[in-house]
Design a protein around this ligand. Structure first.
Ligand code: PXL
Length: 266
């Protein structure tokens, strides 16, 4: 299984590519990376960070790859640094996804019902157009709202199902519990365990695990269940071991859950 991970490199504060590489590797994938931006830290909670947009490099990198004839079983995209970049990533499906391959989009926009720094309504609109070419999208509850304008999860999921065949709303805090809402021909809810508080990088840990599971041949529900369990255990560990949550999740010692699940698979 060969996966292309498109995401930024935040040098400090575990998220994006520094998480995607180990997590996807644990699922047995060969991982190639297309960095979208280079930051000294991620943008959530740090001040004074450096930010270098890699728009100019991405096109050249992909032109070179075309000469190598590279094709992917899964393309997984996360944090994108500009609207132009979103348009560019859309074109990569055509150029690099194998016939029958899967395009997984984590529409990284925000958390706690606000946009991450540098993102706005226009950016969300462009992100929705990327969702429209994806097989699976993984918005958190904030992103599902920013993409659809709906706070109600059933209505948000229904709106997203008009755009993409398999929308997944991760970590939905509903009146009757905490769920993953997803659409697979009809609407389903998967109950998940909740830990109070917010954990930076949790969305990236979950999304990378999901891309690895779905690329590794697990079904949709099975992929969601395993990714949620992996993420939950990493959250428990982080809660115990990490005093400053902006530095990200301690997921490393839970990677065996993924390696074990995939050890019999080719
Ligand atoms: O984890 C999402 C994310 C990814 N990349 C960058 C971010 C964030 C969230 O803050 O700032 C650069």
């Amino acid at each position: 299984m060969r996966i292309l991970a498109i995401n930024d490199i935040s040098c400090v504060g575990k998220c994006s590519l520094t998480v995607a590489l180990p997590v996807l590797s644990a699922c047995g994938a060969t991982v190639d990376i297309l960095p979208t931006a280079l930051l000294s830290t991620h943008t959530g909670g740090f001040t004074g960070y450096t930010f270098k947009n890699l728009d100019g490099e991405m096109g050249k990198i992909c032109d070179h790859w075309e000469t190598l004839g590279l094709k992917y079983d899964v393309i997984y995209s996360g944090y994108l640094g500009s609207r132009a970049q979103i348009a560019f990533v859309k074109s990569l499906k055509e150029r690099f996804l194998k016939e029958g391959g899967k395009f997984v989009v984590d529409p990284v926009l925000g958390d706690n019902f606000t946009f991450y720094k540098g993102f706005d309504e226009d950016f969300a609109k462009e992100m929705l157009s990327l969702c429209a070419v994806a097989d699976y999208i993984l918005p958190n509850e904030t992103e599902s709202y920013l993409l659809t304008g709906e706070r109600d999860f059933d209505r948000a999921l229904a709106a997203l199902a008009q755009v993409c065949p398999h929308p997944v709303i991760t970590g939905a805090d509903a009146p009757d519990g905490y769920f993953i809402y997803y659409y697979d021909g009809e609407r389903f809810r998967l109950p998940i365990r909740k830990v109070e508080g917010s954990f930076h990088g949790a969305g990236d840990v979950f999304a990378a695990a999901f891309a690895g599971c779905i690329g590794g041949g697990l079904g949709l529900r099975e992929s969601l269940t395993l990714s949620a369990e992996f993420c939950y255990r990493a959250i428990l560990r982080t809660e115990k071991e990490v005093s400053d949550r902006k530095y990200g999740m301690n997921y490393e010692r839970e990677l065996y859950l993924l390696t074990d699940a995939f050890k019999e698979k080719k």
